[in-house]
Design a binder for this molecule. Structure first.
Ligand code: PEP
Ligand code: MG
Length: 325
């Protein structure tokens, strides 16, 4: 399938109305790294660091993590890699940590909540990332931030880690960018000061959709009831993009929907200019974007919304059939 898109691999994902969309890849395993040059991705928009932890039967040591992150940065050859700190809990349970008996693990003690309450592992991870980056730019993203305070507390961990590394005389990253995932609806309504302060945001559509519609992402029966192209969800996305525009905060989208061509085109029409997806999706998404006028598509979406459509999908599909040959 990759070969089918080889002819456009080195071409930009530029829409027919002249908007260039940056397509990045999601990764987490060493086996993903060769896809960075072959997929035509502009960078790694989401590196899920928990996968390295899930593969082992005991907690990895800091030295091992430094080695892994160093290899990731080497493979990226200067392209940006967004390292997401450990996102465990819920469906991702570490075999060497006692699982909690929680009635609603998806709404439970997970991700940054664990990282802030028991900061040992987060601190080790931040230190390992800084040591791997030494002299190179480093980008770190916190998962599951639900309120401004959690971002500030996580950011303080970074500042402390940086201080420690400086005092120890280690070479620091040449540049440090700190961002958050927006994957709980609450964060979309955070004070504008949060948007001013955070250096970038990435919309985690998988979780955001699950919490927005109150529909378990693992439960086929309820998950399928709610379309990503539902007008309510697209309005939420649009309002996040608008709030980010006010503060000049770069925003991307890294849930699975970014890798579905029709969904990706609609996300671009809602104003997103960076999409991160599994490597095999980059070709198909780029192919459709290069045939689509997202300014017109935005109007199609607005019209469907005004008519009271529940999902804009039928209108969008008809438009694409007639216009994106
Ligand atoms: C998401 O929630 O959309 C996301 C990208 O993170 P994960 O799928 O790892 O929860
Ligand atoms: Mg998530």
């Amino acid at each position: 399938a990759q070969e089918r898109y080889a002819s456009i691999r080195d071409l930009p994902a530029e829409t027919t109305c002249g908007q260039v969309i940056s397509l990045q890849m999601n990764a987490g395993l060493m086996a993903d790294l060769p896809s960075l040059p072959t997929s035509g991705a502009d960078g790694v928009g989401l590196f899920r660091t928990e996968l390295q932890f899930l593969l082992r039967n005991k907690m990895p040591r800091r030295g091992e993590l430094v080695e892994i992150y160093d290899r990731v940065l080497n493979a990226a050859q200067g392209k940006r890699v967004v390292f997401r700190t450990l996102d465990i809990g819920s469906d991702k349970v570490l075999p060497y940590m006692n699982p909690l008996d929680e009635p609603n693990p998806a709404l439970g003690w997970r991700a940054i909540r664990v990282g802030l309450d028991r900061p040992g592992v987060l601190r080790m991870q931040l230190q390992a990332l800084m040591r791997a980056a030494k002299g190179r730019p480093l980008t770190v993203m916190f998962p599951f931030i639900a309120q401004y305070d959690e971002y500030r507390a996580a950011k303080a961990e970074v500042d402390n880690a940086l201080d420690r590394e400086r005092k120890l005389g280690h070479v620091l990253p040449s540049k440090l960018e700190i961002g958050a995932m927006l994957e709980t609806p609450s964060l979309a309504f955070a004070p504008q000061k949060f948007f001013d302060e955070v250096e970038f945001l990435s919309i985690g559509g998988n979780d955001l959709k699950q919490f927005f519609f109150a529909a378990d992402r693992e439960n086929e029966r309820v998950r399928k009831r709610y379309d990503t192209l539902n007008v309510s969800f697209l309005s939420l996305i649009e309002s996040i993009v608008n709030r980010c525009a006010i503060s000049g905060t770069p925003v991307s989208f890294c849930g699975e929907d970014a890798g579905r061509p029709v969904e990706a085109a609609c996300l671009a029409a809602m104003g997103l200019r960076t999409l991160s997806m599994r490597p095999a999706s980059i070709g198909p998404v780029k192919s459709l974007l290069r045939r689509t006028n997202i300014t017109e598509l935005k109007q199609v979406i607005a019209d469907a919304r005004d008519r009271g459509d529940q999902s804009v999908r039928p209108a969008v599909m008809e438009y694409l059939r007639n216009n994106a040959q």
